[in-house]
Design a protein around this ligand. Structure first.
Ligand code: ZN
Length: 130
């Protein structure tokens, strides 16, 4: 089992900055150069990298996702959370970040966000650093 980051979400739809937790796993790994993959093993949550400096960016992303994929739109999926599945696929289930000299190679404003689309729940993300 790869290292796991546990994520507790508080809302149905939410973006949680997990960059610090990923950095902790990187430092624990002792690996200084390579790639870090963060993978979300859920069908109604995703992961993305975007701006973490202005929280309005995440709010805008979530607002636009809700516009594009409304909660009720005549979906066939019986569980009632079709919009959550669609939003999860739009964000994707993994990100890859380069590792150099023991650091994640992220742009100045970039953060790694766990994206909840059917919360609140206890979630996890796997981290693989090679
Ligand atoms: Zn479902």
């Amino acid at each position: 089992m790869p290292p796991i980051i546990n994520v507790k979400t508080d809302s149905r739809i939410e973006m949680v900055d997990i960059t610090a937790a990923v950095r902790k796993e990187l430092s624990r790994s002792g690996i200084t150069d390579g790639t870090c993959v963060v993978y979300v093993p859920h069908t109604t949550s995703g992961i993305t990298i975007n701006e973490g400096a202005d929280p309005a960016v995440c709010r805008d992303i979530l607002m636009k996702l809700n516009d594009l994929v409304p909660a009720n739109a005549g979906y066939l999926h019986m569980e009632g959370n079709a919009d959550s599945h669609i939003k999860a696929s739009l964000m994707g289930s993994s990100v890859t970040v380069l590792v150099e000299e023991g650091r994640l190679v992220l742009g100045t404003w970039q953060k790694i966000f766990f994206c909840e689309f059917d919360g609140p729940r206890s979630r996890k993300a796997f981290v693989s650093i090679r």
